[in-house]
Design a protein around this ligand. Structure first.
Ligand code: NI
Length: 381
């Protein structure tokens, strides 16, 4: 009876302990994501907005007009370098549904050229059609992913910081795309105040590319997106920096890089920051000199979604120069493998060693038998 009670107590304690473990493990919540978007700039207040975003580590998306980008190329470049996504809002805020197909093409290609010129690389720029005015033909002609919004702050109408802040806080939810205009002085403090408040609530501020990809959606040309609320798709995971390792095989010293399967890996070996023009796309391990500095990033899109940079100096433990030769009927292996030195391994010696082990084993068996026999004799006597 006592034994049974003890067994039940022990079993119950174990069940309770097991029940607690999964709760502790699932305590970490997945991030809430939100995309703030700023149209019609860059303007006189964009640099101030960039300062505030940088202080807060928040990433956003800019839909720039070609004519404003041409007037402030340094601001365009700074926004891109700081990891924000740069997109097109046509050259002169044209209503794309009201003009000919040829004019739509001209609006978009002219803006693309201006943005490329300012940034210094040929990138792909998603589109937000001005006035949210689009149709099938506009989406098809754009040839890039297009974006609408799910939260309209109407900041151009109110020109009031409190009102803009309230509109954001009232409507924001996990996966929202929020529409604002960085050409209005009142919008910048409202956006920064909302970022502070929403960060307290666990929100992460991401570009449109990042929002969609983390929700398992691949931004696709010809589609228009309004939001990316959480569902069963997507991992919610950010892109983490790749891992750089060094391997020494029979084919020599190699650098290997591994990273997130949603992105490509780009690397440099001269210590420079990987950029679209100086980096190589990783397609398998490669040879590198001892002392070279490898830098690598995971890139989903050079415009608005890449990981941080991994950096490692190439350090091979020892040179690998393994050679196998046959001399005077002996097999000779010499060289280094990792930290272990292999030299003058001689087959005759190995055979000798094996024969020795067999002889000692037989001797031991015989000796045991002799001792046993003697003991049994003593017992009888
Ligand atoms: Ni606009």
């Amino acid at each position: 009876m006592k034994k049974l009670r003890k067994m039940i107590t022990v079993t119950l304690s174990l069940i309770m302990l097991a029940a607690c473990v999964p709760f502790a493990a699932s305590a970490k919540e997945s991030s809430k994501l939100i995309a703030f978007t700023f149209d019609d700039g860059p303007g006189a207040y964009t640099e101030k907005l960039l300062d505030g975003l940088s202080e807060r580590g928040a990433k956003v998306t800019f839909f720039m007009t070609g004519q404003n980008a041409a007037a402030r190329p340094d601001t365009v470049k700074r926004a891109w370098l700081e990891g924000h996504q740069i997109c097109s809002h046509t050259y002169d805020h044209a209503q794309l549904t009201a003009i000919s197909g040829a004019r739509v093409d001209e609006e978009l290609s002219r803006t693309e050229e201006i943005l490329n010129e300012a940034i210094g690389y040929k990138l792909s720029y998603s589109l937000r059609p001005p006035y949210g005015s689009y149709n099938k033909s506009v989406l098809k002609r754009a040839g890039v992913p297009c974006y609408y919004w799910s939260v309209d702050t109407r900041d151009w109408e109110s020109r009031n910081t409190d009102s803009v802040y309230y509109q954001i806080m009232h409507a924001a939810r996990d996966g929202s795309i929020v529409l604002m205009h960085d050409i209005h002085k009142t919008t910048v403090p409202a956006a920064l105040k909302a970022i502070d408040k929403l960060k307290e609530q666990g929100y992460e501020f991401v570009t449109l590319n990042e929002l969609l990809v983390r929700r398992g959606i691949e931004p696709t040309a010809g589609n228009i997106y309004f939001y990316a609320y959480p569902d069963e798709n997507g991992t919610g995971e950010a892109l983490s920096a790749p891992e750089i390792s060094f391997t020494q095989g029979l084919d020599g010293q190699k650098v290997s890089i591994s990273g997130d399967s949603r992105a490509d890996i780009y690397y440099t070996t001269d210590g420079s920051e990987p950029m679209p023009d100086n980096s190589t796309r990783y397609e398998g391990s490669f040879a590198a000199e001892n002392g070279a500095v490898v830098k690598a990033v995971c890139v989903y899109d050079w415009n608005g979604f890449k990981s941080g940079t991994a950096e490692k100096e190439v350090r091979f433990a020892k040179a690998l120069a393994l050679s196998v030769a046959s001399r005077h009927g002996m097999l000779i292996i010499s060289g280094f493998a990792g930290n272990a030195t292999v030299s003058m391994l001689n087959v005759d010696l190995l055979i000798g060693l094996a024969v020795g082990i067999v002889a000692v084993s037989i001797g031991a068996v015989v000796l045991t038998a002799v001792i046993k026999r003697r003991r049994s004799k003593t017992a009888v006597g």
